[in-house]
Design a protein around this ligand. Structure first.
Ligand code: TXA
Ligand code: MG
Length: 324
């Protein structure tokens, strides 16, 4: 075995993207920006590279990964699209939506990446670096969030480095991810079902489908995707979170949303003007900053549950859940 890889960080310029594509082609691991969060990419068709990816993240169980492609024509080679799937893809791709679809019999994605399922999760990201990398590489790329398993998802190259230095080959630095929470995952296998709230609001999807989305019977989670009835700890900062708090108690820091009185202690505000899109973009960075500031306990103000609020509240609930 060779020593741990040196993790290079390169600005996301054309020569770096070429180097990243070459790295993927040789079975390497490359973190790259998407509009939602940074992904940790591997060649989806290369079982050994996928195994290395699980190991680098420290995922305790093999959980299916999202295959990323640059365009709809490529997506069609991997999965079968129902009329509903066609409509959602046309309306929202490229963008923060992942579709779980029946995979084609000749789909070249490794069965390890699919966790042996006959379905596949597909996404076309809307980020120029991601698109350029996917085009340069020319094969599907599996990419979970580029963090150690159980940690907060990264929205900057520095976050990725903090978690994965020495465990991956290359990080393409394309600045902060604008959306800030992971993609919305919708399964179109039986009735359209919301598996994970995310960067595309439920209402936008329901408007295009013309019907309400069913909700997943159990919370899916990257470490235990089908564990029934368990709200696993995930996206977890070190600090202990108290949700829907009206004011901090002695010893607590404050994670505010909307106008908040200055109480003189550690305070971060997801969006002083109460904007849910801004709050989503700030969420994971501020959870990391609360840890960096030494906050051991945090009062979190209520966040409305509409629009991107559903995804924000999902991530906050996981961050506040008891640790394994
Ligand atoms: O925004 C995102 O989606 C980011 C960026 C990098 O694209 N990726 C991401 O991947 O969040 P990951 O692996 O952290 O989350 C993928 C989710 C997991 O909850 C997994 O269980 C679910 O998608 N998933 C993948 N394939 C599935 C399948 N065939 N059936 C049901 N769920 C699936
Ligand atoms: Mg993740």
């Amino acid at each position: 075995m060779s020593a741990e890889p040196q993790t290079r960080v390169l600005p996301a310029e054309p020569t770096a993207i070429e180097a990243a594509a070459a790295c993927l082609a040789s079975g390497g691991l490359v973190a790259f920006p998407t509009e939602t969060v940074y992904g940790l990419g591997a060649d989806a068709t290369h079982g050994e590279a996928v195994a290395r990816l699980y190991a680098a993240k420290g995922r305790p169980t093999f959980n299916p990964l999202i295959s990323h492609v640059p365009d709809f024509a490529t997506a069609r080679l991997l999965a079968r699209f129902s009329a509903d799937a066609e409509r959602l893809a046309a309306a929202f791709w490229p963008g923060p939506l992942t579709l779980v679809l029946p995979r084609r019999a000749d789909c070249p994605v490794s069965s390890l990446a699919l966790a042996g399922l006959d379905t596949i999760a597909l996404r076309i990201p809307a980020h120029p670096t991601a698109t350029a990398l996917l085009r340069a590489f020319g094969k599907p790329v599996v990419a979970p969030s580029a963090n150690r398993s159980g940690h907060v998802s990264p929205t900057t190259a520095a976050h990725v480095l903090a978690d994965l230095r020495g465990r991956i080959d290359l990080i393409l630095d394309g600045g902060p991810s604008p959306v800030g929470v992971e993609s919305t995952v919708v399964a179109l296998i039986d009735e359209p079902t919301l598996l994970r709230p995310g960067g595309l609001a439920r209402a936008d999807i329901e408007r295009v489908l013309g019907l309400p989305l069913a909700s997943a019977p159990a919370q899916i989670d990257e470490e235990a995707p089908l564990a029934p009835g368990m709200l696993a700890s995930h996206y977890a900062p070190k600090a202990k979170l108290r949700l829907n708090a009206t004011a901090p108690q002695p010893g607590e820091a404050l994670l505010a949303f909307g106008p908040a009185a200055d109480f003189g202690g550690i305070t971060f505000n997801l969006s002083p003007r109460g904007d849910l899109v801004e709050a989503a973009a700030n969420l994971f960075t501020q959870l990391r900053e609360l840890d960096a500031a030494g906050a051991a306990a945090v009062a979190v103000m209520p966040v409305p549950n509409d629009g991107l609020g559903e995804a924000i509240n999902d991530r906050l609930a996981r961050a506040a859940a008891p640790r394994p």
